[in-house]
Design a protein around this ligand. Sequence first.
Ligand code: 9MR
Length: 350
Amino acid sequence: MRRNSTRLRLVGALAGALLTVVATGPAAQAHPDKEPPTLGELAQRHGRYFGSATDNPELTDTAYTALLGSEFGQITPGNGQKWYATEPQQGVFDFSAGDEIVNLARANHQKVRGHTLVWHSQLPDWLTGKEWTPAELRSVLKKHIQTVVRHYRGKVFAWDVVNEAFNEDGTYRETIFYKTLGPGYIADALRWARQADPHVKLYLNDYNIEAVGPKSDAYYTLAKELKAKRVPLDGIGLQAHLALQYGYPTTLEENLRRFARLGLDTALTEVDVRMLLPATEEKLAQQADWYRDLTEACLAVRRCVGITIWDYTDKYSWIPAFFPGEGAALPWDEQLVPKPAYHAIRQALR
Ligand code: 9MR
């Protein structure tokens, strides 16, 4: 992580400096440039990462990128590696959006999670606008996966190979891939990704699988089957798009543990905690508790390897556009000022 004097961790830093001066007197000023550790550094002390998603249009905002580059140990491209972006025409690959983010992260010594290879959403029109035979679609899918994985070999440490494969009740989502190829497309996708990069961690990723329940059970059962068949699967990504009005997933830690017992890593991959607006002090305090609790749950389970928030500031959150009347979901507000949630995460990581 780049040490950047322009970064905006003002509230925490100022409070910390003030406390130090009050507690120890002027002698503490002997090291005026000693900054408090970042979330990324705190997580690293536990052998975990703490990261943020980001998206290409935001990278012109220099106050934003200063914090993005300094506070976090890991980055996920929010859109830049999706199929519509990477293969806009059949067989024509474009890595410019993904590369921009991966290169920035590498310059800042940040790890990158690849997101995502196989998903029913944000597909290019050439793919969705046609009836494919199973043989055709298999070859299209294999080529897509292997070309993208090869391009990022050695540059991303993990891939969300298949994203959001199940419905809420644990049945398979009827995607173009499922309907044309059957459930075996998941094992195939994992095997093709492994051929293209023998070292990258291969994940299945989904939302609403934080608690034990029908949807996370479906992943548990599938993961067990895949493991038994020696299909390469390294981890399960729990997106953790939480909402105050739906309650905290109290079985999160138990859920992380059962995947660990299968020999799998887990990660909280897209965390945000939205609320019905307006945000009140009370709601922000509850949100902070949730961020603290989910951070502690990950730290409690050795195989939970890290946490990624789905961007870090409310300025660039996806929530208001998708859930009108909801928002304030991230640990920094729209002015890039840390919220109670930020301090709660620090506490959990200390
Ligand atoms: O953050 C992404 C947003 O910019 C896109 O408009 C949206 C389109 O569906 O996808 C968002 O990211 C999604 C992620 O790729 C998969 N899990 C759900 C995320 C929020 O929709």
